[in-house]
Design a binder for this molecule. Sequence first.
Ligand code: URA
Length: 475
Amino acid sequence: MREVILAEPGDFAEWRSAARSLLAGGVAPEDVSWRGGEDGASLFGDAVVAAPAGAVSLPRELLEIAERVICHRDPEVPARLYRIVWRAARDRQLLARTTDVEVDWLRKADKAIRRDVHKMHAFVRFRRLGEEGGRESFAAWFEPTHRILRLTAPFFQRRFYGMDWAIVTPDARAIWQGENLSYGPGGTKDEVPDSDIVEDQWRTYFGAIFNPARVKIDAMRAEMPRKYWKNLPEAQDIAPLLAGAEARVERMREAAVSLANPLTDKWRTRVPDELLLDDDVKTLGDVARAVDRCTRCPLYCNATQGVAGEGAKDARIMLVGEQPGDQEDLQGRPFVGPAGQVLNEVLEEAGLDRARLFLTNAVKHFKFEPRGKRRLHQNPTTGEIDICRWWLDKERAFVQPDLIVTLGASALRGVTGKSASIKSMRRSVHELEGGGKLVATIHPSFLLRLPDRERAAAERKAFVADLICARKLAA
Ligand code: URA
């Protein structure tokens, strides 16, 4: 019997190196015993055999799954995975055998990990530690079900590239300081401060958007399981808000005020039925489905649906607006309300065919304030824009436009990730990080808000000029 002691359970590289040696040495699964090391040292005993390069080839999909599944806490996982790779090395179709008990186990374990990853992406909350040398630093405490820190850290690296942060979990910690992502030992909750200003903002926000008439407690618990509540700033308000929900609904009834547009009441309540995992997003159609189920920020709670971009899949020009308005929220399409009408007119004047463009928004859910039976548009915060950039980036990656035209300041933030005034960016062409050009201009609804006719005509002319410039650049 060969004994393999893994120094760091959940470390794919370590397991893979041991598995490769064993496979190359022809050691059958029943002749290997796998253990987690208490002393932090890997030990392959006499199982180590220098593996000739490319000696055993395995399906790529299996390696990808194994990289996730090795994070599962079940101590049998290293042995089970080795049994599967041993069989797969002899049976290339193994993964397609859906009735096979081990393949079934593998798929279920993979699903559990992917769900855990999804939850971690959604529920990590950073606390601000301070600022040094112009860079802000943050820390978060999180207790994932499985050992998924290495799987999730690159996501936070992409999302919070511009700040220093650490995510501490009981098993390990990830540290980002602007240059490289490093890992260290696990820690405890008290290493991370309990609250900060960002937290208070979350709580105020959650309280403000909480709609007592729409609460579905079971669905809410399923989507945001209790175990995550203790680290979510907004969660400490859930119980009091729920407790007061009935009374608030009653008061609303008495005051004969309807919180949402009555039209939206026939639409489903905004608690997504099933998550679409990030890895399942492979086309623009998937983006649209996933956007509609997105719960990355709380804006989904009150909106009718998520509104993804639409237009030519290979458009040379992408137009980015702020967020869907009332009509867009109801119809599920961007720029179909009053601002969309203005946009259609100026596009025509500029000689641009809407059908050949891709139109989308920086934020995919309608943010509004209920006022009687009306829903009044509210500007998204930079936090909401930054969270939603995940989807904008996906759309950009699929469409790969040569040129992006940002309509208004929120769009500019969504595309560049930086706050800049339109005035400072307008009338010049900017190179975008990662390729492509950017032209910044006003939002069409700005024209709708101008009371002075002459000023409105002048602004409209300048808007058309910006779009003509975009057309020429893309040509
Ligand atoms: N305003 C926007 O920014 N986008 C829309 O889709 C509609 C109005």
